[in-house]
Design a protein around this ligand. Structure first.
Ligand SMILES: Nc1ncnc2c1ncn2[C@@H]1O[C@H](COP(=O)(O)OP(=O)(O)O)[C@@H](O)[C@H]1O
Ligand SMILES: [Mg+2]
Length: 156
C-alpha cells in the first residue's frame, strides 16, 4: 500500500515539472525553481541546460546544489569544464562545456560523469550531441521582456 502511494506521489512530483513552462523575474526566483526541481532528481539522472550566455543556467544549478546541501558551489570558473560535488545521497557533477567544440570531447573522460552513479548537470549540452543521450531532463531558458522563460521537459 505504502509503495503505491509513494509511486503516485512520485508521479505527481514528476508531472509538476515535466512539460511545464515557468516564468521568473529575478535570479532569486530561478534559484528557487532549481531548488524545487532538485526534489525529483535521482542518482544517474542527466540534466541538460540550454540557453544563451547569461540566461541563468548556472543560477538554476545553484538552486539544485543548495537543495543537495552543497555549500561550495558558486559558479563555474572559466577554466573548469567539470566540477564534482559530494552530497549525502550522491555525487553531483557540473559540466560547463561552453569552451568545447565537437571535436575535442572524446578524449576528455567525461563519460565517467555522464554514465556514472551521480547526477550530471550540463551547460551547453549541444557540444556533446554526438553522445546521443536519450534519457534526460532538458531545461531551456530564454530571455523575456521581464525576466526568463524556463521550459522543462523529460525525455525517456
Ligand atoms: N530571472 C532571472 N533568472 C536568472 N538569472 C537572472 C534573472 N534575472 C537576472 N538574472 C541575472 O542573469 C545572470 C545569469 O547568469 P548565469 O546563471 O551565470 O547564466 P548562464 O549560466 O546561463 O550563462 C546573473 O547575473 C543573474 O543575476
Ligand atoms: Mg553558466
Amino acid at each position: 500500500m505504502k509503495t503505491i502511494k509513494n509511486e503516485k506521489s512520485n508521479i505527481v512530483a514528476l508531472n509538476t515539472f515535466n512539460n511545464k513552462i515557468f516564468y521568473t523575474s529575478t535570479d532569486v526566483e530561478t534559484r528557487e525553481l532549481g531548488k524545487d526541481f532538485a526534489c525529483i532528481l535521482k542518482p544517474t539522472d542527466i540534466v541538460f541546460l540550454n540557453g544563451d550566455l547569461g540566461a541563468g543556467k548556472t543560477t538554476f544549478i545553484q538552486g539544485v546544489m543548495s537543495k543537495f546541501g552543497i555549500k561550495g558551489f558558486v559558479r563555474s570558473a572559466s577554466f573548469m569544464l567539470v566540477s564534482e560535488f559530494e552530497s549525502e545521497t550522491c555525487n553531483l557533477y557540473h559540466l560547463d562545456l561552453y569552451r568545447l567544440d565537437e571535436n575535442n570531447t572524446f578524449d576528455l573522460g567525461i563519460d565517467e560523469y555522464l554514465f556514472g552513479n551521480g547526477i550530471s548537470l550540463i551547460e551547453w549540452s549541444d557540444r556533446i550531441i554526438h553522445y546521443n543521450i536519450k534519457k534526460r531532463w532538458e531545461i531551456n531558458i530564454d530571455y523575456t521582456e521581464n525576466g526568463r522563460k524556463i521550459k522543462i521537459k523529460r525525455y525517456l
